[in-house]
Ligand binder design. Structure first.
Ligand code: SF4
Length: 445
């Protein structure tokens, strides 16, 4: 493509951390072609929307974002990439104002498709069979100037019956340790203090490109190597399947220099019957065992849980099994998802659909439980000394930060705190559920 000077591009990202890291890589490719990046609300020549298939009402959200782009500049070129663009390319191409839709193999080559930025009467689609998306493109993004999302793995070989991700992102494949280390070093040179490892199924790290089932390294090798990279203050594992979270990894985190005591482990249901229908690869007993192992070696660890309510056939008793299971378990917060049918999944063809009002009621109950769990965890950590990394936003006169074990703290706004680490003593929980603290004078920097 011929270098385009003085053209402006804007990005909108829906969905997960992985999408955010990939938007950054796509943005860097625009940058090297001479584009200037502007905010999505500003006038740009091209708007790129990185879509998600998990987003509720994905189609409505997408249409609203396209309208937003057209309002900012009715003559701008609009392109869609990402999971939804792979799953439903024609549906996106038919949305008024969309000029280009790229599937999973094409999204990183987007600038090759931009020789002519004149608007089309209809959206042009360049999609692919998902089997062709078997190569790996490394990515990382720098979010709020304090933390970066580093992609280490893509795709998934599991067949959970509710999930469309394997159809949108293809087989499990991962970056080499050498590349991940190189990216981590690049990030640390930009004065970023925390790196969050992301992927679709990061515990499955170790599969190579083009269906090559093994690479020379495992997830444990990866975390061991990363822990030694100088200049990275904190490393966080974003989300890891319980059956892939090995004792060795937990032990390594407990003794680690940089890995923080925070795990996010999808459970999805506390009922073994539902776990079977979901084709998850563990039973609830294994989940208990993982939580106990973590708490045994790191009593102060924060454990987050993903859970789905209203899966087809979930009875009141099965839901209560989940509720009671989570009540008993020593975990710190929940991310609650209300089940919704997705095309081309096995679950969408199952009998026993749960009425929407019941799904909402169950979701509300678990969200209430999450508030209680978080508060109990925060309370258990009062009077302890922790390290806080401060973020960059001024929210109504306060600055926020997170401890290594993911406790959200607040203190009056002070721009000097941005992107700095401080030792604190946690003192109290305030009215909005966040934790106040005192700076530890011994460690003031
Ligand atoms: S592990 Fe299951 S839920 Fe997660 S991406 Fe793979 S198929 Fe989807």
């Amino acid at each position: 493509m011929i270098k385009i000077m003085n053209k402006k591009v804007a990005f909108y990202t829906l969905g997960c951390k992985l999408n955010f890291s990939e938007t950054s890589t796509i943005a860097r490719s625009f940058n090297s072609e001479g584009f200037d990046r502007v905010d999505f609300s500003e006038k740009a020549d091209i708007y790129v929307i990185n879509t998600c298939s998990v987003t509720e009402n994905a189609d409505k959200r997408f249409k609203t974002i396209v309208k937003q782009a057209q309002k900012a500049n009715p003559d701008a070129f609009v392109a869609a990439v990402g999971c939804y663009a792979q799953l439903k390319p024609q549906e996106l191409a038919d949305v008024h104002g969309v000029d280009l839709v790229l599937g999973a193999t094409e999204k990183f080559k987007i600038t090759d498709y931009l020789n002519d930025l004149s608007k089309n009467d209809f959206g042009e689609v360049h999609s692919c069979e998902i089997e062709d998306a078997d190569f790996y493109v490394g990515s990382y993004s720098i979010g709020d100037r304090t933390r970066a999302f580093l992609k280490v793995q893509d795709g998934c070989d599991y067949k959970c019956t509710y999930c469309t991700i394997p159809l949108a992102r293809g087989i499990s494949r991962s970056d080499t340790v050498a590349n991940v280390l190189k990216n981590a070093q690049e990030i640390s040179k930009q004065n970023i203090k925390e790196i969050v490892l992301t992927g679709v199924n990061i515990g499955d790290y170790g599969k190579g490109e083009f269906g090559n089932k093994k690479h020379e390294h495992t997830f444990l090798d990866l975390v061991t190597e990363l822990d030694q990279v100088e200049g990275i203050e904190r490393l966080r594992i974003s989300s890891i399947e319980p059956n892939l979270l090995k004792n060795e990894t937990i032990d390594l985190v407990s003794k680690s220099r940089a890995f923080v005591p925070h795990f996010h482990i999808p459970l999805q249901s506390g009922s073994n019957a539902i776990l079977k229908k979901m084709k998850r690869r563990y039973m609830r007993e294994l989940y208990v065992d993982r939580v106990e192992k973590i708490k045994d070696v790191m009593p102060h660890a924060c454990i987050g849980v993903d859970v789905i309510v209203g899966f087809p056939g979930e009875t009141d008793e099965e839901f209560l099994e989940t509720y009671n299971f989570l009540t008993e378990l020593d975990i710190s917060y929940l991310h609650v998802f209300t089940y919704s049918e997705r095309d081309n999944t096995e679950a969408a063809t199952m009998e026993g659909g749960v009425p929407n009002n019941v799904r909402s009621k169950r979701s509300k109950m678990l969200r209430g439980l999450s508030v209680k769990k978080r508060r109990a965890f925060y309370e258990s950590q009062l009077k302890t000394k922790r390290t806080v990394l401060f973020e960059s936003e001024n929210k109504e006169g306060f600055i926020h930060g997170f401890t290594e074990n993911y406790i959200k703290v607040k203190t009056p706004w002070n721009p000097e705190l941005i992107n700095t680490l401080h030792q604190v003593e946690l003192t109290e929980i305030d009215a909005d559920g966040l934790v106040r603290f005192e700076f530890d004078k011994l460690f003031m920097n």
